[in-house]
Write a protein that binds this ligand. Structure first.
Ligand SMILES: [Zn+2]
Length: 280
């Protein structure tokens, strides 16, 4: 997918969801990857932090890349332990307070009924609702994780308002669900699994998303797109997902990239009025 005509392999690309700390744990050299991305025109995206050590890793890696924004959240994986919702929320609040003006988004958080060692649905829903309330209190857009929990997710998100917008990350649901969530003000982000075999239904959903509400992501180090499937993923693989999506949407990659930059900037306009909200 390298594009020798433009000279910049990652020109104008945005990756709306990646985990730098987890990439490092998989042995990827994030510093070198970020340097290469920057040299080749990558604009940035969102590094999803899930703990205070993720925040430290992210700080030291991204301080020279203002296009990379930060998110913090307590995912459903936190509900399998002894820690109850109140304690998880107070831990999250203290991460927000100890790192003022760091986060543009609250997330990722949500529901995941795939892994059986996570907490039961009612624990997960309680945490999801508490984080939606916290996001509204802090005027932060949200990043939502939904795996095999579409019906509960739809119920919860339709019950809560979404005053600062948000992203449904790695969308894998139906067209109907996508449209309910678009109505609530969410952006729909597709990951590398759109490139996998048997993704025809998901491709159909992508075609139906209004072009001003679409985002793309890698979810690195997970879900590497074809032809990198099975390897640790990193944001350089955005070229494959953008290339595939452009083909599905019958437009060229450059045009798709411009549309996605506009969408990302529009989403940033919902961030609180500090430097996290400035456009990239
Ligand atoms: Zn993620």
């Amino acid at each position: 997918m390298t594009d020798s005509t433009s000279g910049h392999r990652y020109e104008n690309l945005i990756d709306s969801h990646f985990h730098l700390a987890a990439m490092q744990e998989k042995g990827l050299d994030c510093q070198a990857i970020l340097q290469e991305l920057d040299r080749e025109g990558f604009l940035g995206g969102i590094d999803i932090c899930l703990s205070s050590s993720d925040i430290s890793a992210s700080r030291s890696l991204t301080s020279v890349y203002p296009g990379i924004r930060h998110a913090i959240g307590m995912g459903p994986w936190e509900t399998g332990s002894e820690e109850d919702t109140d304690s998880l929320i107070s831990r999250l609040k203290s991460l927000l307070e100890c790192n003022p003006d760091t986060f543009s988004f609250l997330g990722e958080f949500g529901l995941d009924y795939y892994w059986k060692d996570y907490g039961n649905p009612s624990c997960q829903i309680e945490l999801l609702e508490a984080e939606l309330e916290l996001a509204a209190e802090h005027d932060l857009p949200v990043i939502i994780h939904d795996r095999e929990a579409d019906s509960d997710m739809e119920q919860v998100l339709c019950k809560h308002s979404c005053p600062n917008s948000g992203i449904i990350h790695c969308f894998s649901g139906s067209r109907e669900l996508a449209f309910r969530l678009l109505d609530k003000g969410y952006y729909i982000s597709f990951a590398g699994n759109i490139t996998y075999r048997h993704s025809e239904d998901l491709c159909e959903v992508m075609r139906s998303i209004p072009k001003d509400r679409l985002l793309l992501e890698t979810d690195s180090p997970y879900l590497a797109p074809i032809p990198k499937r099975g390897k640790p993923n990193d944001p350089r693989n955005m070229v494959h997902t953008y290339g595939f999506a452009a083909e599905i949407l019958s437009k060229d990659v450059a045009q798709l990239a411009v549309e996605i930059v506009d969408n990302f900037n529009h989403l940033l306009s919902f961030c609180p009025n500090h430097q996290a909200g400035r456009q990239i």
